[in-house]
Design a protein around this ligand. Structure first.
Ligand SMILES: NC(=O)C1=CN([C@@H]2O[C@H](COP(=O)(O)OP(=O)(O)OC[C@H]3O[C@@H](n4cnc5c(N)ncnc54)[C@H](O)[C@@H]3O)[C@@H](O)[C@H]2O)C=CC1
Ligand SMILES: O=C(O)[C@@H]1CCC=N1
Length: 266
């Protein structure tokens, strides 16, 4: 099986490494199409003999094409590649917001899978939501799910609409966590800790809390109660968060991400 990864940026590079490290394919079966001449040269020098800067006839021999380019680059990309695509090609797009129907208008194949991963895929701890057009058969879906699962966990959704919400929750989600961590690290430094002390205090707190929640049946609200002593420090902070309606502000941000995902698809 020959797999083409289009766009060797943040996400494309993760797939390249994951598929190879998990022995799902060899370097010879892996093809890369990258717009940047410099990146293509670097990839070739790193031993990726099938790294290309321009599309060509070779694309016809690809079985599976992973699209890891920005939504804004999609139309121009499809215009350059359309001549080399056939109805047998299986496409997987991770582009935020771009619907299967929209891609169908640009390409001769109807075998399209839409997936939304996230950045922890880089360390095999990613979360991917995906859906598929009716013409993708079960075997193709299994192959793609096996590939996706080299980067973490996945959930299949029958309803494509869910993919915009997946983007708003888990796709963009790591950035929300980093935002909260950064705010805590900045506060720790204001309280007199060095940068490295602040990082350790906050990182270990996040790690511990996430694992604790993950290994139990208790909800986050129950865990908050277990940390909070009556009249204590945690209660003081959580009460203040409540007065500031921090949860509503978080909801607003996530809804904005959902809206943007819908807009990107138009
Ligand atoms: N960064 C993230 O956390 C996530 C990103 N995504 C989606 O993944 C896609 C890629 O995002 P990133 O990897 O962050 O972007 P990126 O900007 O790091 O990578 C995109 C790559 O595509 C290349 N490219 C652009 N036009 C091209 C063309 N016509 N042919 C070949 N290569 C081309 C660029 O040179 C670049 O190397 C986006 O559609 C985004 O919505 C999805 C989930 C998470
Ligand atoms: O910000 C974005 O549009 C992409 C999709 C999810 C994460 N990054």
């Amino acid at each position: 099986m020959n797999i083409l990864i289009v766009g060797a940026g943040n996400m494309g590079s993760i797939y390249i490494t994951s598929f190879l490290n998990n022995h799902l394919l060899t370097k010879e079966q892996l093809y890369i199409l990258e717009h940047s001449e410099q990146k293509t040269t670097d990839l070739q020098q790193a031993g990726y003999r099938n790294a290309y800067h321009q599309p060509g006839e070779w694309i016809k021999s690809m079985d599976l094409i992973f699209l890891a380019i920005k939504p804004q680059d999609a139309e121009e990309f499809f215009n350059t590649i359309r001549a080399y695509l056939t109805p047998a090609h299986l496409l997987i797009s991770i582009m935020a917001g771009i619907s299967i129907d929209k891609i169908k208008r640009w390409v001769p194949t109807t075998k399209i899978i839409r997936a939304m991963p996230n950045l922890p895929a880089q360390i095999g701890m990613g979360m991917t939501g995906f859906t598929a057009a009716a013409s993708v058969d079960k075997k193709e879906l299994f192959i793609v799910q096996n590939l996706i699962n080299t980067t973490g966990k996945s959930l299949y959704f029958e309803d494509e609409e869910k993919l915009n919400a997946v983007t708003a929750i888990s796709g963009s989600g790591p950035a929300y966590v980093f935002y909260f961590m950064q705010a805590m690290m900045d506060t720790a430094q204001q309280m007199g800790f060095s940068q490295s002390e602040a990082e350790l205090l906050v990182e270990q707190t996040f790690m511990g809390a996430v694992h604790l929640e993950n290994r139990s049946q208790a909800s986050c609200n129950e865990w908050i109660k277990r940390v909070s002593s009556k009249g204590g420090t945690t209660e003081a902070a959580i009460t203040r968060f409540g007065r500031l309606t921090l949860d509503k502000h978080i909801q607003e941000g996530l809804k904005q991400a959902l809206q943007r995902s819908i807009e990107l698809g138009k």
